[in-house]
Design a protein around this ligand. Structure first.
Ligand SMILES: [Zn+2]
Length: 476
């Protein structure tokens, strides 16, 4: 039987506000445990939350960038549950009137056609603290620094039919959140995490199968692997005539399997009710228009501009706009050396290779635009050749050297006095009699070897065309 996978996504993203959603505590990642806490975010009785208006602004930005309707009158609700990482024993969230609804993002399906993935809603809520299970002391510690950090939960429709569509959507969503300045989306710090709801059904069947939920997946690789594993697990069960249990499962990326955590709660288990400590939120038409007018350029707009105004290919633009760090490096370098194709090629070739080789995330780019521009300038002006340029860039990237000083200190500049080439080339010819006679007897491929020897003798600092010209002059 042929099976179809059906998936929906709940993405949580931590917002890049300076302070928490209902108090003035810092949202900074990585502080000493329990140093970013106060009586409000640690849930002491008698305290009252005060809404950080930036959170609403960020939610509206995200909604506008994902084609959502903005709910003019929305409000918070209380989601009741007890867990040690949530000292109030309830989370302030939005159930009945979320701030954004009915949006979409576009992906490409397996046949290469555009496909809209629906966004059911986006709601604002607060994050919980973090439990740290200490294996040595056999105890669990709790850190409330994250408690009350603002979150947006972006809930998709069950429109995904493959892991590839899921990854494309997440990449687009991440780009939108980064470009609008709403979140830094650092998955390794938990700023962007996804829950995947997954079910399978025989191809052609209209009803959905029973779904399971995998929570808090925090890398694209983990998401892909978890989807492949869960789809196969469900298909095997159904083919053996068994039933799928609706449950929440935890994916263990180290071990490569998932296991049941708890049966899935329904909304009624949380006994939601309207949050009595916060007034409803009204968003005026003027506010929305102001936010719309101040929106930074989004990835899709950048792509169009790069193609139309800078003459880059669709392929190049889609790679360059896939991460905000690439865009910043591209635009700032371009401002210094005005050669879009060169800058794009250096970033997509050498810079991405260096990031990959050193397992560095784009957001931690150790390369200043002025240094990339300096390398491009030197290559374009013929001061160094491309091969040397790559080496210099690597030194800038790994050791932070100044490119111009490095070229000067290591005597890497190309030989511009061409009369200096002839004596070196003559020496090479004299030292390679065998290849020279082969070449003279008609084995033209011997020239490649002689050329290599000549470039090596010149330490790669001579313009290859000139060397070749001289060799032919002498030998032909
Ligand atoms: Zn606080």
């Amino acid at each position: 039987m042929e099976w179809e996978i059906v998936m929906g996504l709940e993405v949580h993203t931590e917002l890049a506000t300076k302070t928490k959603i209902f108090c003035g505590c810092s949202t900074e990642f990585g502080g000493e445990p329990n140093t970013h806490v106060c009586e409000i975010c640690s849930g002491l009785p008698g305290t009252l939350p005060l809404l950080n208006q930036r959170v609403v602004e960020f939610a509206v930005r995200t909604g506008l960038a994902t084609n959502c309707e903005i709910t003019r009158k929305n409000k918070f609700d209380r989601k009741n549950y007890f867990y040690p990482d949530l000292p109030k024993a309830y989370q302030i969230s939005q159930l009945y009137l979320p701030v954004c609804r009915n949006g979409w993002l576009e992906v490409t399906d397996k046949d290469g056609n555009p496909k809209k993935i629906g966004i059911h809603e986006i709601h604002m809520e607060e994050d919980a603290g973090k439990l740290i299970h200490d294996e040595f002391e056999a105890c669990t510690l709790v850190d409330y620094n994250r408690c009350g950090v603002p979150l947006l939960e972006i809930v998709s429709e069950p429109d995904f039919r493959s892991a590839d569509e899921v990854i494309q959507y997440l990449e687009k969503l991440r780009a939108v959140l980064q470009f609008t300045g709403v979140s830094d989306c650092k998955m390794q710090e938990g700023s962007l995490r996804a829950d995947v709801n997954l079910s399978v059904r025989p191809k052609g069947q209209a009803e959905f199968g029973t779904r399971t939920e995998m929570k808090n997946l925090n890398s694209f690789r983990a998401i892909q692997r978890a989807i492949a594993y869960e789809a196969e697990r469900q298909i095997e069960l159904l083919e053996d005539g068994e039933k799928i249990v609706q449950e929440t499962r935890r994916w263990d990326d180290n071990k490569g399997y998932s296991y049941a955590m708890r049966s899935k709660e329904d909304a009624q288990d949380y006994k939601y009710f309207p949050e009595p400590d916060l007034p409803p939120i009204e968003i005026s038409e003027e506010t929305i228009e102001k936010i719309r007018a101040e929106m930074p350029e989004l990835p899709e707009q950048k792509k169009r501009r790069y193609t139309e105004e800078l003459g880059l290919s669709a392929y190049d633009t889609s790679i360059l706009t896939s991460d905000k760090a690439y865009v910043s490096l591209f635009e700032e370098t371009l401002a210094l050396c005005d050669s879009p194709k060169d800058v794009a090629n250096w970033i997509m070739g050498e810079v991405m290779k260096l990031l990959n080789d050193t397992a560095t995330l784009p957001e931690n780019m150790p390369l200043a635009p002025k240094d990339l521009a300096a390398v491009i300038h030197m290559v374009k002006a013929g001061k160094i050749n491309r091969g040397t340029g790559k080496n210099v860039l690597e030194k800038v990237f790994t050791e932070g050297v100044d490119p111009e000083k490095y070229v000067a200190d290591n005597n890497l500049a190309q030989i511009t006095d061409l009369s200096a080439l002839r004596p070196v080339i003559e020496e090479v010819i004299a030292a390679n009699e065998k290849s020279v006679s082969e070449y003279k007897s008609g084995k033209t491929q011997a020239m490649g070897y002689i050329m290599g020897q000549a470039m090596r003798a010149l330490k790669g600092k001579a313009p290859a065309q000139e060397v070749q010209k001289l060799l032919h002059e002498i030998l032909d």
